[in-house]
Design a protein around this ligand. Sequence first.
Ligand SMILES: NC(=O)c1ccc[n+]([C@@H]2O[C@H](COP(=O)([O-])OP(=O)(O)OC[C@H]3O[C@@H](n4cnc5c(N)ncnc54)[C@H](O)[C@@H]3O)[C@@H](O)[C@H]2O)c1
Length: 430
Amino acid sequence: MPASGRVEAIGRIASARRDMPLVAGMPSCHPAPGPLSGRVIAACVHLTPETVVLVETLRGLGARLRLCAANPLSTQDGVASHLRRLPGVEVILGTADWDGYRWAVEEVASQGADLVIDDGADLILAVQASPDHAGRPLLGACESTSTGALRLQAAQDSGSLGVPVFAITRSAAKRLYDDLHGTGQSVLDALLRTTNLLLAGRVAVVAGYGTCGRGIASRLRALGAQVVVTEISPQAALEASLDGLAVRPMAEAIGDADLVVTATGSRDVLTEQHLIRAKNGVILANAGHFDVEIDVDWLRGTGPGTAVRPGLVSYSLPSGQDVLLAAEGRVVNLAAAEGHPPAVMDVTFATVALCLLELGAADPKTSATTGLQHYSAGVHSVPAHIDTTVARLALVHAGVALDVPTNAQQAYLRTWGGPVRAGTNRDHAE
Ligand SMILES: NC(=O)c1ccc[n+]([C@@H]2O[C@H](COP(=O)([O-])OP(=O)(O)OC[C@H]3O[C@@H](n4cnc5c(N)ncnc54)[C@H](O)[C@@H]3O)[C@@H](O)[C@H]2O)c1
């Protein structure tokens, strides 16, 4: 790694630290020894400057960490070498392919852990499956993606999830900051970097109108694109429609699209049957967690492809049209841009850190004596008190003050309808 790469990484880490006051300030709010003192945390995460800030905080809270990369394309080399220099932190990197990823996950899992932070559920399942958890009973985990939460829910339904897992996407603050605003903005950043496309007047198809899809669609629209949504959920399709967007099946929408962004968390959203109908020059990008939303293998089977710009490859279909694929169909804002800005990751990682503190405090060995809540095996939403704490901290740092309900207001809200005076609110009183 050239010295300039390390200097750049250090600059980015310092900037992330400045923009992540919630996470960076956490050790001073939770003085050691605390629930994370002496704990081993295994983590499968994107190796970015923001992750360094989380790692520093968890170290400050007393934990040791073993890390692997959730996605080799999002790994920033300067960051990985900075993390390697931190005491109490081990970074295990495999080759930049699926086998290398699996190897690194298994390697991290093989030593067991008290707690896991994951981005896709592979590490949680691997630590759980490692023989006797290498002598460390796993207390619980945090899963950052909705796809990972779905996989863990499936494991729970089949009776094979043995630990409590907090689904970080099921947190109001995370969905707002990370999925809606963070993904929305950084996907657009990646699209502009890879394509340099003028979006105004273009037809942009967004597959999936969940939280990520809504963020992407709103920004495409703000830049003048005509947004069309494809959906399988009646509620999400209705929401898109009421938001003023066209909703069409992909097989129809693809013919008019200048750009398609997938954000479904599913697979085979764009396959041969759609792509043969695509307009010449259509650009495809994926914002979903896994690179299975676009049938990249089929595209690659059409020929070698031509690099058009960094991160953009053009494939010529047998029918003569060119189809351009961004970032090899991998999660585009991480593979072709910088992922979420630090301020977004601050909220997500503050939620992760508070969840780990909660799980550490809920250790069955000690929680019986402390009387703290014990969490059963299974996928849990982020506890409401953690969500509230994160929102309050974010507001404090943003300099936003709230009204405080009076005692009378609190009493009124606790009682159905409150005291009803004669002649008022009759309909409700009857
Ligand atoms: N790029 C990022 O930075 C980032 C950030 C967070 C989440 N994600 C990933 O993005 C994906 C979506 O996340 P989300 O939080 O918006 O999920 P979500 O569950 O809120 O929304 C997904 C939507 O896609 C729809 N859908 C499913 N299959 C479809 C199909 N075949 N065609 C059209 N629509 C379909 C669903 O009905 C749903 O409305 C997941 O893979 C998630 O892990 C990416």
